[in-house]
Design a protein around this ligand. Sequence first.
Ligand code: BTN
Length: 248
Amino acid sequence: MYIIGSKIINLDKINSTNDFASTLLSKDKQPEGTIVLTEYQTNGKGQGSNIWYSSKGENILMSLILYPEFLDVSKQFYLSEMVTLSIIKMIEENLNLECKIKWPNDIFLNNKKIGGVLIKNSIKGQKIKNSVIGIGLNVNQKKFSKELPNAGSLAIESGKELDKQELFYALLKNLDEYYIRLKNKGFDKIKQEFVLKLLGYNSVLKCQSKDGERFNAKIETVKETGEIVLNVNNELRSFMHGQIRFII
Ligand code: BTN
């Protein structure tokens, strides 16, 4: 039985699928795996205060509603891991292109950002009551604003126009598989896969901390909380998102 995509709400245009899904949840409990899918967002949200720009009808813009009540708050980063892994596996399987995850949850292909994930968890006690998982994946867009020199798409990188619908359903299948693995508490294996797919894993990275300190480091691992653990001159140091920048 498939959980992911048990209900799909198709919208022509909306401010943000994440906002729409959160509003839905605040009114009524939705079936687990409900997806809000749109062709265009007028106020797409990115990480922090960023705006997620996406041309009309060309890309995958979706939010997924889950109830990962089995997941302790301290393990919430596994949701990011399972979603980013599902995306890159879909791209590998369907297009034979190898993507990387730029920690914590950007999707990179040939050093271009082609996708991003924005997760909003609602917490009750020590458990995750519900989760709205926003996914933006650039599929057929070919032109990006000059302010986004690092942005790319699957069409640009593969050199051909792609079937967005086919990729969307392939992604649902992977999300379903990874979610079941998460439910079955397959944490270690998921984390291992995630670390191996990190951009810059196994190489020396130029880093800059929030307070301006610069150093070289290698990625050691990622904690359950999402902190990245770096090996800096044989000393292990952990950083939260926003505390460190990689100069790639
Ligand atoms: C990032 O900054 O990398 C995260 C981008 C997430 C964008 C997606 S598009 C669908 C969903 N709805 C939103 O408003 N944002 C997410």
